[in-house]
Design a protein around this ligand. Structure first.
Ligand code: ATP
Ligand code: MG
Length: 267
């Protein structure tokens, strides 16, 4: 082969290489966009649940406020509204309002899209879970045990992490309701082992069918009715956890149900 032919050959190879790189970059961009879209989809899917949760959460405080106002009104009518009674009702109402405003902040923070990476306390996450999820679990008679996670810290995007835990708890709730489990229970544990934090979320809903267990992290895999599941919850959850270094989301069945494990580096 003469020099000219060789040069030409090299040029064609270079061109092929360039095209390949271009198409790779395109693919990468596509897949990023797809993830973003999925993330948004899973967010708006959880909007409905959020509203339902806020409704649950506010029902009792609203009742208390109604009672406080009634109490003041009646005392006023009867002429028995003294300073003590006023003070008592005032502080009761104030506490309730503070609680309501705290829950709204929790929801708002959760819905805010943020890319911020930060170090956060695991206890913080469990407190938000308490505000966001516990009322709806209670309404379904499902008990939940949240761990003490004093001193455990994680680095990452706080909201995304919260979203993962919420997805897993929501799935457990769905499974408990679907399988008619009388004493539905969700148990969350957090331990610090070596340089890792291990969080496990277990339920007693009977577990995941063996033929499905390898598929549940696939996008669009769902066993739920179209109107109830899109099958992106666990796919997104796995992406969120495992895009961080040395982090893993996995599942196994126990005697009683499913056990999801999140493994992340401790900070
Ligand atoms: N705790 C669980 N117990 C039993 N099956 C489960 C549990 N968690 C998940 N699954 C199974 O995994 C499937 C996929 O879950 P995933 O959260 O990805 O989607 P989904 O809940 O069906 O829909 P959505 O997109 O609304 O979350 C579920 O349809 C269900 O079959
Ligand atoms: Mg789900």
């Amino acid at each position: 082969m003469n020099i000219e032919a060789l040069k030409k050959e090299i040029e064609t190879l270079k061109e092929k290489n360039r095209l390949l790189e271009e198409s790779l970059a395109r693919e990468q961009k596509n897949s990023l966009e797809k993830d973003h879209l999925l993330n948004q989809k899973s967010r708006s899917a959880s909007m409905g649940e959020m509203i339902e949760n806020i409704a649950h959460q506010w029902r009792q405080p609203l009742n208390i406020l109604a009672l406080v106002i009634q109490d003041i009104y009646i005392a006023g009518q009867l002429g028995t509204l003294d300073a003590d009674k006023l003070e008592e009702n005032y502080s009761k109402a104030n506490n309730v309002l503070q609680y309501m405003s705290q829950t709204i902040d929790d929801f708002r923070n959760f819905l805010k899209e943020s890319d911020g990476i930060e170090v956060f306390a695991l206890n913080d996450i469990f407190q938000s879970i308490e505000h966001i999820m516990v009322p709806s679990l209670k309404a379904h008679n499902i008990s939940i045990a949240l761990p003490q996670a004093e001193g455990l810290h994680i680095e990452g995007n706080r909201n995304e992490f919260l979203q993962v835990i919420l997805n897993i708890i929501k799935n457990a709730q769905d499974a408990i309701i679907l399988n008619n489990i009388k004493k539905g229970a969700i148990t969350i544990a957090a331990t610090h082992r070596d340089s890792k934090i291990i969080i496990s979320i277990q339920d007693n809903a009977g577990g995941i069918a063996t033929e499905n267990i390898d598929k549940i992290f696939d996008p669009y895999f769902t066993t739920k009715h179209k109107s109830q599941g899109t099958g992106i919850g666990l796919y997104m959850s796995k992406q969120i956890i495992e895009k961080n270094k040395d982090s893993k989301l996995s599942v196994a069945n126990t005697k009683e149900g499913a056990n999801f494990t999140i493994e992340v580096p401790a900070k």
